[in-house]
Design a protein around this ligand. Structure first.
Ligand code: APR
Length: 244
């Protein structure tokens, strides 16, 4: 098919809410991670420089807990994979989540803007590799041999998110921007809706349990658990009913 005849693209932005029904805690809900843990102590670049052991111990512990829980994709992840498979245009999933549930559900175009669980990055040489091993300040980089520079490949507050060029380019060519299960509190992701409206004139839809921080910026709002709202929304798009 000639490029001009492809239906225009859809950008899906997901956050912790889409994985909640798979058993992964969100961050800012009443039972969320940041209500129990001080993010300034474990999720900022300053915390890393202040106390590497504390930060690494936190992520070692969190990773072991997630592996023990045998988390699997839910109906929302599966519906988005179906959308990418059956929709004729481009579908790009931009996720703030570090879990692999979109890929496990079958999505192929997934951009993890806040990094990925199960990956390690060297602050010295930038080398990224898959690893399930616990990290300590004594861990050595297999690439540059530096000691004390390995950390989870997770974007902390104060750091630049990943894949931003690809994300902005995808938003610039989309007709629909769909935000799912994110509180709209964390930038730059919370600002994607404005970019999609201003630069791409896209239709913007929010799917969440409740109204979010950037809720007034969306054309359309669908509230409810992601395992119900996302499959219904995907059904609607695939049936050709773009807008409510
Ligand atoms: N279905 C749909 N939405 C849900 C569900 C559900 N079953 N459960 C919770 N939600 C919604 C909540 O109402 C909330 O608005 O998901 C949202 C989760 O918001 P946050 O906890 O703030 O998570 P998120 O927006 O992904 O956080 C952004 O903050 O700490 C950082 O790096 C971390 O990527 C994360 C970023």
């Amino acid at each position: 098919m000639h490029q001009d005849f492809l239906p225009p693209g859809i950008v899906i932005l997901t956050g912790a809410g889409i994985s909640k029904e798979s058993g992964i805690d969100t961050f800012r809900d009443k039972d969320g991670l940041w209500t129990r843990v001080d993010l300034e102590e474990v999720a900022t670049i300053e915390a890393w420089h202040r106390d590497k052991k504390k930060v690494l111990d936190f992520y070692n512990h969190t990773r072991r807990g997630l592996r023990a829980a045998h988390i699997v994709p839910n109906a929302a992840h599966l519906a988005l994979a179906r959308l990418e498979r059956d929709y004729e245009g481009e579908v790009v999933v931009v996720t703030q989540n570090i879990d692999p549930l979109h890929e496990q559900a079958g999505s192929r175009t997934v951009l993890h803007m806040h990094g990925r669980d199960g990956e390690v990055r060297c602050m010295g040489c930038g080398h990224v590799f898959a690893s399930e091993a616990d990290l300590s300040p004594q861990s050595k980089c297999p690439n540059c041999q530096a000691v004390g520079e390995l950390r989870p490949n997770i974007v902390w507050f104060g750091e630049m998110p990943q894949h931003m060029d690809e994300i902005y380019a995808a938003i610039d060519r989309c007709v629909d921007l769909v935000q799912i299960g994110t509180s709209g509190e964390v930038y730059p992701a919370a600002g994607f809706v404005l970019q999609a409206r201003r630069r791409a004139r896209a239709h913007t839809v929010e799917l969440n349990l409740e109204p979010t921080g950037n809720q007034p910026l969306f054309h359309e709002h669908i509230y409810g658990p992601a395992t119900q709202t996302v499959p219904a929304y995907v059904e609607r798009v695939l049936a050709g009913r773009w807008k409510s």
